[in-house]
Design a protein around this ligand. Structure first.
Ligand code: NAD
Length: 274
């Protein structure tokens, strides 16, 4: 069940499917991440604000897997934006994770009202230059903010992690990413397990392929070229969500799912986040 990989714009190779741990309490994260590693996941997405870097790190250590087989992402929280504070936040994350380096470090939200994401990005460039983050990227950025980084700094983000699921397909942003060699990573890829899993269009496709709605949606993401990080704490669902590499949606399936885009967010609009 090895996930297919995506090569980032700096040559670093990343699994296209990983495991997200938002809302998993620290004392449950070790078991959840442990189940994911057993099921074959090698990429884990956490963040300082999730308060489960310690539990996540424990699972990584307990797995006995060689560090180079793992791909660990964490993120600098909004309150730590700024050059020096980001460097300090990074040190604290590494310490909690029990790691010498992360594979990917992200600015969690642009927070344009703070006007500090450019200096925060310069701190990430420093961490990258020092080899403490193998790749650096952003999350919840819109084209205007990506353009500003392009104008004022020397490094193009490897990836932008954004809300993306069949009801919020982010066509314009994905086009920008394609044009500028930024990988699209989908957060809440299953729409947080809400309405989309019960959608009749998804249900019909799932039935035809003998798969579950979650598997159909994850397969749709993979075929669009998205990196995807579904979350579950239930071992059977953790396994189900990575068992998506041995079937394919056809053009008609992809077109039907394209028709489900309503542009509706589950999370905040990044420009209005406070
Ligand atoms: P998700 O879309 O992955 O949905 C998770 C929920 O869907 C689960 O809690 C469960 O209720 C349900 N589910 C999972 N697998 C299922 C299955 N096989 N069958 C039925 N139901 C199933 O939602 P998410 O956790 O919001 O997003 C995934 C990850 O994205 C997060 O854990 C986090 O790592 C990341 N994320 C990042 C940001 C950001 O701002 N960068 C924001 C939100 C999430």
């Amino acid at each position: 069940s090895d996930a297919p990989t995506i090569t980032l714009n700096n040559g670093v190779v990343m699994p296209q499917l990983g495991f997200g741990v938002w809302q998993v309490p620290d004392d449950e994260a070790t078991a959840a991440v442990g189940h994911a590693l057993e099921a074959g996941y090698r990429s884990i997405d956490t963040a300082a604000v999730y308060e489960n870097e310690v539990g996540t790190g424990r699972a990584l250590a307990a797995s006995g897997l060689p560090r180079e087989e793992l791909f660990v992402t964490t993120k600098v929280w909004n309150s730590e934006q700024g050059y020096d504070s980001t460097l300090r936040a990074f040190d604290a994350s590494l310490e909690r994770l029990g790691l010498e380096y992360v594979d990917l470090y992200l600015i969690h939200w642009p927070m344009p009202m703070f006007d500090t994401y450019v200096e925060t990005w310069r701190a990430l460039e420093k961490l990258y230059a020092d080899g403490r983050a193998r790749a650096i990227g952003v999350s919840n950025f819109k084209p205007a903010q990506l353009r500003r980084l392009a104008e004022e700094t020397a490094t193009v983000p490897a990836l932008n992690q954004v809300e993306l699921h069949p009801t919020l397909q982010q066509g314009e942003l994905r086009a920008y990413h394609r044009e500028h060699s930024v990988v699209t990573e989908a957060w809440s890829p299953l729409g947080q397990g809400k309405d989309i899993l019960a959608d009749p269009v998804i249900g019909a496709i799932a039935e035809r392929h003998g798969r579950t709605p979650a598997q159909v949606i994850l397969r749709w993401h993979l075929q669009l070229g998205n990196v995807v990080i579904p979350k579950s704490v239930t071992p059977s669902r953790i396994r189900e969500n990575i068992n998506v590499f041995d079937f394919a949606l056809d053009e008609a399936d992809m077109a039907s799912i394209a028709g489900l885009d309503t542009g509706t967010r589950l999370g905040p609009d990044p420009d209005e986040m406070d």
